[in-house]
Design a protein around this ligand. Sequence first.
Ligand code: PEP
Ligand code: MG
Length: 965
Amino acid sequence: MTKWVYLFDEGNKDMRELLGGKGAGLAEMTRAGLPVPPGFTITTEACNAYFKAGHALPDGLWDQVCTALDRIEQQSWKKFGDPENPLLLSVRSGAKFSMPGMMDTVLNIGMTADIVEHIATTGDDRWFSYDCYRRLIQMFGHTVKHIDDEVFDVLFNQYQTTVDDGLGASLTAAQLEEIVAGFKVRYQQFVQSVFPEDPMVQLREAIEGVFASWFGKRAVDYRNYNKIPHDLGTAVNVMAMVYGNRGSDSATGVAFTRNPATGEKKLYGEYLMNAQGEDVVAGIRTPQKIDALQKDLPESYAQFQKICKMLDTHYRDMQDLEFTIEQGTLYILQTRTGKRTARAAVKIAVDMVHEGMITKKEAIQRIAPEQIDQLLLPAFDPVEKKAAVATGKLLGTGLNASPGAAAGIVAFDADTAKSWGEAGEAVILVRPETTPDDVHGMLQAKGILTQRGGATSHAAVVARGLGKPCITGCEMIRVDTRERRFYSKGLSFGEGEPISIDGTTGEVFSGLLATISPDFSREKNLVELLGWADAVCDDVCRQNEDGSFKKGLQVWANAEYPRDARIARDFGARGIGLCRTEHMFFEQDRLSHVHQMILNATEAQGAYNAVSQIEKELALRPDDPRMGEEMKAIRQHLAESEAVRKYEAALQALLAFQRKDFEGIFEAMDGLPVIIRLIDPPLHEFLPRYEELLEEITVLKTRIALIGKLPENLTLEDMPSIDKMKTELDQRNAMLNAVKAMRESNPMLGMRGIRLGLCFPGIVKMQVQAIFEAACGQARRGIRVLPEIMIPLTGHVNELKASREMLEAVALEVIEANDQTLDYKFGTMIEVPRSALTASAISEQAEFFSFGTNDLTQMTYGYSRDDAEGKFLRYYIESGILPENPFQVIDEEGVGRLIRMAVTEGRQTRPDLEVGICGEHGGNPPSIQFCHQAGLDYVSCSPYRVLTARLAAAQAALGGAERDK
Ligand code: PEP
Ligand code: MG
């Protein structure tokens, strides 16, 4: 018989898979002798079996529950369902990975009308028993029967006497009794049967309800977002209730052993006096800071502090605890690895290394690389912020629950936040408090602001997990969701109005404040951690498939401008892996030269080609006088050709621009390699769109025709003169003809990359001249330049041979003219599957390979990226046809196979072949892991992903990350 149920003293911390995080934590604490109420855990396997059996408890489970219940009764000296000495139970979810608030909990199971009455008539706990009972009916109704909380809240709120007290503490026992009666009526109306008074029925249905919440919408959304598999299932923890709502010496709270927002080594948390379980997390009332407990209940506080320290040391990680104090006795209800912001995660890991608790390698493996992005969260420009305060735009200050700055328009419910967010709007979700049902809106919002709730409320915990700025407990604003407005300082703000929130300080402003980029150098802990990460990569020794040995991956960056190159270098990039030169062509001051170059390229190139054709023939027939004549004529034509003149002039102008561009990049990367890619996109991309031109021409023609028909004495003032319009028409027509000539049905597979360079060599020769002139000039100034010329889109070795010969000749000419020696390389991008398949031949002509995995994925799959992502790819991923978006995470089976093959064969021909990746995948942690395994030398990604990539590269070198989700 399968063992479905484990008493707390039968498990341990290593059983998270089976007992869930919470169950494993309770077991470990029980074994360590901490004050945990007695209980048991139903396994995650039982949950999966429940779904497999079509929502039915698997054989043997219920019997095991009953046996375990006997044990709880023995240990607690109470009896389930016994009015004289009733045992009540809590039933809580707990999956392997913590999913705060995403699944359900039912408290006070076992409370019945008989028991309530008995307690009420025999003891002095009338208030307490009705409080427990009304909570049970609502939680059971919500979790098991899916009754909207609002059904109960509306009635409960009618009894509230003060706005602040959301807990009912000010209600009388008689009022609570009335509320219970009202809840029961509502329950029956909704469920069509009475509230179950049999404790065993309550328990069974609650267990099933918690199982079912594994596939509740919010849990599924959360798992999808965090990439947690859906087949893990949740465990269910059944535990004897202890009561924080038992008077002025009782309390309930949540605490972290270190600060989850900053990482500071100091107990952080909050509690509510005379309250029960979910009240703190639900954010119904803003609780007190944990330090205050020292005054309220000093003995319990001291004991709690000691336990926190012990658990932090025992688990060697920051713990998230739930506790209850019942009439002066402390109980620990949960310990688990706490969610934290990126900054806190890094600080805690680095501190723990310094405290001798963990190794540097463990510290590296603990941080999710994706989290690092959060450390680069923008902050508000201090100057703007000061001005906003001075002009009365500061609306209030709440708790700085999750750091970062966000500005956007207000949405008052999750659905609106989601739809506006999906439409591309920056949205701030503003709520009285959030509940797990708001998660879909929180996922889409840029920031979250709540009027109520503490630093451990639902909004705070979820926002920290998502890395979004969040302010909670901002009591200086009043949110009215029915009117869809919030009020502050006598002002009112409606839906769609702009506000700004600073989650780092807790300040709320009206209007949109500008943000500035963060200062990485001030992140001392991160700098230290990434230093360790780089050392891991430098120390590791990989054996490649070809038998050679390599160090770990380096991280390079994709950067076009000196500013970006400097940022990349500051972030620790050790080279530029891709400088896309065409980006420079798009700049305003160059575009007119680029247009001139393109408009005249075909004619000018035709003339050059004619010259070289005759030269070739002349070489064969040196005595043929006709050849000499033809040569003369064509030279004459060249000299007189306007197209040639304009083409040359444009190239000369661009040469000067490009030289300057490269000088800046070489200076920024002094001593590090810089891979410069020659022009790649088809030329028509630099020209206006065909349809736009056609429209402009039609308008011009109509106007010209119209002017011709106007009576002579009538002029249209806002219309240019007819001559001006005719000149413009001629220019537009010339442009249209050029665009027409360059139009292609499938431009991504057409005249681009190396093909363009071979057919219009003037452009790439100019680029190489600019690169080497810049390199020589900077070398002369003492800068160490290491240029690497990258020829894009090679498909056949002959293309590369021809291109390289032509371009290297230009390079040598410049080097010679400058009387310099330079270390340089010529290499190619591997983007066409054929080049990967023929890598051994290609590497004869290339000193380096750079995998352009954007195009390589596009061409291997035969997907046009732009069309695929907008059309079928999303459907493919959602329906499981593809496991991931192959443009984000490398397709190891297909594209990855080509890469592995090309690396091995390329190195067979040229053992010192330098190999890297420069497609989008270069900044994606799982793809980085693949690159490590495939034996690449470096990954190159955008400057802002360099930090993430450095950590991911080290984790790959250590054999993968070891951390909680
Ligand atoms: C690539 O194809 O991966 C690449 C880096 O080139 P681009 O994105 O410029 O086409
Ligand atoms: Mg490409």
